[in-house]
Design a protein around this ligand. Structure first.
Ligand SMILES: [Zn+2]
Length: 116
């Protein structure tokens, strides 16, 4: 799938698979107990998925990734990156995504800090 298609994809598992394929998210996580974690559904976290170990420990699906410093959902983050690349006006992004302009500005500032 292309980046533009992933930005429109409603299926978080497909998005996560794609990000893992592109090495933007780790494809596996080893728990501190030494076992391999599995990706599990968890509705009360922003992306709806966590790493879960059979010992009961949980970690964010974004652990050890670029995305771990952002609290916005991955779906929103991908759209913000697309809209930034398309040079869409912040006010239009805010309307389309239903988030505030200051949130967009702060996201873009942090993205620039990482990317530069
Ligand atoms: Zn464990």
């Amino acid at each position: 799938m292309k980046f533009v298609e992933i930005c429109e994809c409603p299926d978080i598992d497909k998005i996560l698979d794609w990000l893992q394929e592109k090495n933007l998210l780790p494809s596996m996580l080893i728990c501190q107990c030494g076992k391999k974690c599995e990706r599990k559904i968890r509705e009360d976290v922003v992306d709806g998925r966590v790493w879960r170990c059979s010992c009961g420990r949980r970690k964010s699906i974004r652990t050890n990734s670029f995305f771990s410093q952002f609290s916005l959902s991955l779906k929103i983050i991908l759209k913000l990156i697309l809209y930034l690349a398309l040079q869409m006006k912040q006010i239009d992004q805010a309307k389309l995504l239903g988030i505030s302009r200051p949130t967009i500005i702060s996201f873009q500032q942090r993205l620039r800090l990482i990317a530069c």
